[in-house]
Design a protein around this ligand. Structure first.
Ligand SMILES: Cc1ncc(COP(=O)(O)O)c(C=O)c1O
Length: 387
């Protein structure tokens, strides 16, 4: 009996499969050993060169001119916490959006609960977009940060981040961009977009392994380190050395993860990001349009797939999302995510709180046949439910 075939539609959580070169790079790094900055033997020096090269390549991919402005982190959550907790002071005000992932919302809510900061959410429209009409009036004299996702991980909607960044820049307020859902799948250049702090997840669109992410800081943005420790540099100093990236990168570096991320980015560059983007727009469009035709479905997100990333959320009238996810996997071998996707605010905007949605997120290796198979499966589930 042949092995059951699975269809992976959960790239918004973590991309899979990875390009072959990523598996090889992780394997090579793990077999090479050596920890950058620690001791001076040949393996350490080789690892140091690998880290330097990876930092240069990854920083350049995002348009950052200075490699040391890139801090490697554990994931996007780690980078977001580093930015938020490293920047904000008592009495500060933060402007954010209802579409934020809990990795932005929870640190902000915890600081607000502890009386350190106040937070204002920009309202959303009935269509599930951001309402910028009153944006100017939401800034306060003590606004110290604007924090926004580049794309919603629930509906795929691309937020108007250029407008947000411009409004922040006009008031000399730092802008934090959470590019977890866009890095690697949507053009992103820190030179074009005035993002003072750009966060990405290394394991999603950039095709690296889990356990790696990054934060890119514009010159002049000073953060307090939220973790301190060994850097292999200036070990005689009692405090974290004030040199970048060591200042924010304490502890042994994730060399297999970073090497894998570098290979993921090299793969994207070899295929062409614009080709990945057009493939994903085509798949998202196919899924959205196909789902809309199935009786009882409600599809969320941008009407024009060019206004979003390849994240398609839908519900089936009267059917529990978890049940749909279960049938999709058990009967059809389709792996997707159901529920709130760690972003409850987005569901409040879309009217899908607390039940959530069924989220399909194709990736670079998803084919149109795969998407057609998913549509057929959803149509059968809807028919079975009497819709
Ligand atoms: C918009 C957004 N921000 C942040 C994160 C957190 O990413 P990580 O799991 O790498 O910490 C995610 C993960 O899904 C996300 O979609």
């Amino acid at each position: 009996m042949g092995e059951k075939k699975y269809y992976y539609f959960d790239n918004a959580a973590t991309s899979w499969p990875k390009p072959e070169a990523v598996y090889r790079a992780v394997d090579t790094a793990l077999r090479s050993g050596g920890s950058p900055g620690r001791s001076g033997h040949q393996r350490t020096l080789a690892a140091e060169r690998q880290l330097f090269e990876a930092r240069e390549k990854v920083a350049a991919f995002f348009g950052a001119q200075e490699p040391s402005s890139l801090i490697f982190t554990l994931n996007a959550t780690d980078a977001l916490n580093m930015a938020i907790k490293g920047l904000l002071n008592k009495g500060d005000h933060v402007l954010t959006t209802p579409f934020e992932h809990n990795s932005v919302a929870r640190p902000l809510n915890a600081m607000a609960r502890d009386g350190i900061i106040t937070v204002t959410e920009i309202p959303c429209t009935d269509e599930g977009t951001l309402d910028l009409r009153e944006l100017s009036s939401l800034f306060r004299p003590n606004t110290a940060l604007v924090a926004a996702a580049h794309a919603s991980n629930v509906s795929g909607y691309l937020l108007p981040v250029k407008e947000l960044a411009a409004a922040a820049q006009a008031r000399q307020v730092p802008f934090l961009l959470d590019a977890a859902q866009t890095a690697g799948v949507y053009p992103l250049d820190v030179k074009d977009l005035p993002a003072d702090m750009l966060v990405f997840a290394g394991h999603k669109g950039t095709l690296g392994p889990q356990g790696v992410g990054g934060l890119i800081l514009k010159e002049g943005i000073g953060l307090r380190p939220w973790r301190e420790g060994g850097t292999g540099s200036r070990s005689h100093e009692v405090l974290q050395p004030a040199i970048m990236p060591d200042y924010l990168e304490a502890g042994t570096m994730n060399m297999p993860g970073i090497a894998g991320l570098q290979a993921g980015i090299a793969y994207i560059q070899s295929v062409g990001l614009e080709n990945i983007r057009s493939h994903e727009v085509k798949l998202a469009s196919m899924l959205r349009e196909g789902l809309k035709k199935i009786p009882g479905t409600r599809v969320y997100g941008p009407a024009d797939p060019k206004d979003g990333v390849a994240v398609v959320s839908f519900t089936l009238e009267g059917v529990d999302c978890g049940d749909v996810g279960f049938i999709l996997e058990e009967v059809y071998g389709i792996l997707c995510r159901t529920g709130l996707h760690c972003a409850p605010g987005a569901h409040r905007c879309l009217g899908t709180f607390p039940q959530g949605t069924i989220r399909l997120s194709p990736g670079f290796s998803t084919s149109e046949e795969d998407a057609a198979y998913v549509l057929k499966a959803v149509a059968e589930i809807a028919a079975e439910a009497g819709l």
